[in-house]
Design a protein. Structure first.
Length: 233
């Protein structure tokens, strides 16, 4: 998962460093205006804001983000969280306020839960046929067989499964994986897809686990509720 962070204080810089260690990709913005620009043009799963912004009121920023991105996970991070602050920011559109320092593993778990629920998943396990991804321990299995992926390969699979069967363009994948930071040639996405397919084939999965459409992108078909119920019967 990728987090967009308003990295304007040592407070949130410390949290961003801790969340990198927990497996998140981080995009840093130096101001509220820069964060708004990134939010409108890049891919991210959640936004973290320190209320001490150099260029605008944090409540106003949250309200603008919520209006532009109704389903985005928006979290405020502060060294001291008071009831009045919590009420003000949540009324403006924040999903949660984290008090930092705290245990990074707990914050990471809560962020992953908020993101997957926003995408419509009640369980940490995302399933497409025999393919299962667990967002908590970042593992992928085909049936009972573990699928050993690189970090970028896992991020690609997670992104596709969180889209619940929707088509994802190569540009969206590039923004999720790299966010303009040291971007390689976009053809690298085809390399990742080929590698994932080879690893899936090696443990008995068919080629159509990943579906590509020329000029459109790639997706992982997800079972509907009725299909899951039929498969379980």
């Amino acid at each position: 998962m990728r987090l967009l962070v308003a990295d304007t204080t040592w407070n949130i810089a410390g949290l961003a460093h801790a969340l990198r260690k927990e497996g998140f990709y981080i995009t840093e913005a130096g101001s509220g205006a820069e964060l708004m620009e990134f939010a409108s043009s890049a891919e991210q799963n959640a936004i973290l804001i320190d209320p001490d912004l150099p260029d605008m009121d944090a409540g106003d920023l949250i309200a603008r983000l919520r209006a532009d991105h109704p389903r985005m996970v928006i979290v405020v991070v502060s060294r001291r969280v008071e009831d009045a602050m919590r009420t003000r920011f949540m009324v403006r559109g924040a999903d949660e306020l984290f008090e930092w320092p705290a245990k990074p593993v707990e914050i990471a778990a809560r962020l992953r839960a908020y993101v997957r629920r926003t995408c419509g998943f009640a369980s940490p396990q995302l399933t497409s046929g025999a393919l299962t991804l667990n967002v908590e321990d970042r593992s992928v299995h085909w049936g009972q067989m573990p699928l050993h992926l690189t970090r970028l390969e896992y991020e690609l699979i997670e992104m596709l499964m969180l889209r619940a069967g929707g088509m994802v363009t190569r540009e969206q994948i590039m923004l999720q994986l790299y966010a303009w930071q040291d971007e390689p040639d976009p053809k690298i996405i085809d390399v990742y897809i080929c590698r994932i397919r080879s690893k899936l084939a090696a443990i008995g999965a068919p080629e159509d686990v990943l579906v590509t459409a020329f000029g459109q992108g790639v997706r992982i078909p997800m079972l509907t509720l009725s299909e899951r119920q039929e498969a379980a019967a």
